[in-house]
Design a protein around this ligand. Structure first.
Ligand code: 5RP
Length: 229
């Protein structure tokens, strides 16, 4: 099975967790797309569902697939399903290659169940890789200077035209290369303490279940210690 087929298997396996009447968090990226497509099929079959999109791209896809969209409110969502760029055995994640990390984290935090869908190439122990951070444009050079003290050589992400990429929130994205993160919670807290940082791609203690599509076609379930997922 190739990587795209594995992404599809993981995304479609997550759709089996969907129940009539649910409000769903719709993640962003090439794996979450398969979940959204499967949710669209359920809506066409008459299942009553509503979605909260984590990006403009997912909003457009949900519109195309006929999924009714609502604003996130205090009631939260029943189930949020999203991809990830790296996942360790304690279900800590790096997210944000799709630049949607802030909305994704808001929706994950508002979810009664947060499920992550990946192909097995995303498993990393210890956690590491490219870590995205969203910054407000004001004073971003000063913010980058403070991020630089953490290592990783944080640099602004550029769009296809070579200009600083703008997130859906109108902010900037900086990426740092951190191949080995021994203390994701500690690093996340240090980044959160930098003024000018809106959010970062480390998601710790948020995930209930990871569905990992293996190359042989099997979908494995990884659950957080103590989780009933
Ligand atoms: C977007 C994300 C994505 O979920 C993550 O980048 C994984 O994407 P893909 O499924 O395309 O590999 O965090 O901000």
């Amino acid at each position: 099975m190739d990587v795209d087929a594995a992404k599809r298997a993981a995304g479609e396996a997550a759709a089996e967790l969907v129940e009539d009447g649910m409000t769903l968090g719709l993640g962003t990226g090439s794996t979450a797309r398969w979940f959204i497509a499967a949710v669209g099929r359920k809506v066409r079959e008459g299942v009553r569902l509503r979605g909260v999109a984590t990006s403009r791209a997912s909003e457009e896809l949900a519109h195309e697939r006929g999924i009714p969209l609502v604003e996130l409110d205090a009631a939260g969502v029943d189930l949020a399903v999203d991809g990830a760029d790296a996942v360790d055995r304690r279900l800590r994640l790096i997210k944000g290659l799709g630049a949607a990390l802030v909305r994704e984290k808001i929706v994950a935090a508002a979810a009664r169940r947060f499920v992550v869908v990946i192909d097995e190439g995303k498993l990393r122990d210890p956690l590491g890789g490219l870590l995205p951070v969203e910054l407000v444009p004001f004073g971003h050079l000063a913010t980058l200077g403070l991020l630089d003290e953490l290592g990783g050589g944080f640099q602004l992400r550029l769009d296809a035209a070579g200009r600083p990429l703008q997130s859906d929130n109108g902010n900037l994205i900086a990426d740092g290369e951190l191949p080995l993160i021994d203390d994701p919670e500690g690093l996340g807290a240090r980044i959160d303490a930098i003024p000018g940082v809106v959010g970062h791609g480390l998601f710790c203690g948020m995930t209930d279940l990871v569905l990992v599509a293996r190359r042989d076609g099997a979908v494995e379930r990884l659950t957080a210690p103590g989780s009933l997922a």
